[in-house]
Design a protein around this ligand. Structure first.
Ligand SMILES: [Zn+2]
Length: 368
């Protein structure tokens, strides 16, 4: 289908509408697959072309996938053909009447809408099941702290201040070690002769390590963000320009530390659990303001880990001070002003702005 569309596109002809059924004669294996799986691919393809013609810059033309990359298909539930047997740990899919043995992560109630089966590049299969339930409420824990400010950093993953004080979250050791191993495997893979058996073995080892790191990191980020959301009513973070930073040489460590993912998790968990998530404007000088007297240290450099306030004499740990300022922003609710007025506040020479400038939940799209 993609090939036919692309051919027409290249010849500047009208792009034809194509259906999977047309190919069943030529490719009999298509009959082995259930029709929803094929239909969903067709829908995705139509969407990809539609998106492209709507916005060519953002949506590139769809291309062929490599066989080794992650592969997946989605199938919908009709006539109760998709079922899960929790006792026997079996998943029934259309055309797979005997069921497939699965490793269940959790039980669920409700009506199964669709299933996406994917195969990762390290050769594992996953099924993600979309379920419609009556009761969508999450268990909400009473927050112990009114607000918290989070400063994200390179040396420590995060520095957090809430009603009970400040503390630092380290980058997990297992991630650091895992990344070192990843580097070694990458080197080993690139040394192997392409197409050889050893190269394929090295590729698999590398893919497995990639998969391990990515799930270990997600696990860390999910648990941390959940704990923060449970504990605090208002969560304030800086609006770090992740895309901008990624272009600098800090790129590697920032990419690895998963900041943007972390912010995404915080944002949607805040929504789920009825908390307020605030992303302070990028120009809010959280590191430069003395949290005690409001003096703004214009000379603070990126490598200054501590500084002494010339106005009040307080010595600051850079990250702790920043997180305290962000915490104050959280306490300052609800008198926050919209983001449009940010620049005025930022340039005031003294003091924590009485009305901090904030960009509230969901409206920021500076990172991806
Ligand atoms: Zn001061």
């Amino acid at each position: 289908m993609l090939d036919e569309k692309l051919q027409a596109y290249k010849k500047k002809e009208r792009i034809p509408g194509v259906t999977p059924a047309e190919y069943k004669k030529e490719f009999p294996f298509l009959k082995e697959v259930d029709s929803f799986a094929l239909c969903n691919v067709q829908l995705q393809l139509e969407k990809a072309f539609k998106d492209h013609f709507r916005n060519r810059k953002q949506f590139k033309l769809p291309k062929f996938k490599k066989k080794r990359d992650k592969q997946s298909y989605t199938t919908n539930n009709t006539h109760n053909l998709i079922r899960v047997d929790f006792e026997k740990e079996l998943l029934y899919l259309p055309k797979i009447r005997d069921g497939i043995k699965i490793e269940l992560h959790r039980k669920f109630d409700g009506k199964i809408k669709s299933v996406t089966v994917s195969k990762t590049s390290d050769g594992k299969y996953y099924a993600s099941i979309l379920v419609e339930t009556e009761n969508r409420r999450n268990k909400v824990v009473e927050p112990k702290s009114k607000a918290c400010g989070i400063d994200l950093g390179l040396e420590h993953f995060a520095t957090i201040t809430n009603d009970f004080g400040s503390y630092k979250i380290e980058h997990p050791q297992y991630l650091r070690q895992g990344e070192e191993r990843l580097k070694r495997l990458q080197k080993s893979f690139s040394r192997k002769q392409k197409g050889s058996k050893n190269s394929e073995k090295a590729r698999l080892r590398l893919a497995r390590q990639h998969a391990y790191i990515s799930s270990a990191r997600n696990d860390f980020l999910h648990k941390l963000s959940k704990a923060i959301i449970d504990e605090n009513q208002v969560v304030v973070v800086e609006d770090i320009n992740v895309k901008g930073l990624l272009k600098t040489r800090l790129a590697k460590s920032i990419g690895d530390s998963g900041w943007s993912k972390f912010l995404t998790y915080l944002r949607y968990k805040a929504e789920w659990y009825g908390r307020t998530f605030i992303q302070v404007d990028r120009f809010f000088p959280s590191s430069k303001l003395c949290h005690r007297c409001g003096y703004k240290n214009e000379d603070l450099a990126l490598h200054d880990r501590t500084w002494c306030c010339p106005a009040c004499g307080e010595t600051h740990d850079r990250d702790v001070n920043a997180s305290i300022n962000l915490y104050f922003v959280g306490l300052g609710r609800p008198e926050v002003t919209p983001v449009e007025q940010a620049l005025v506040d930022d340039r005031s020479p003294y003091g924590l702005p009485k009305k901090p400038s904030c960009d509230e939940t969901g409206s920021s799209t500076t990172y991806g």
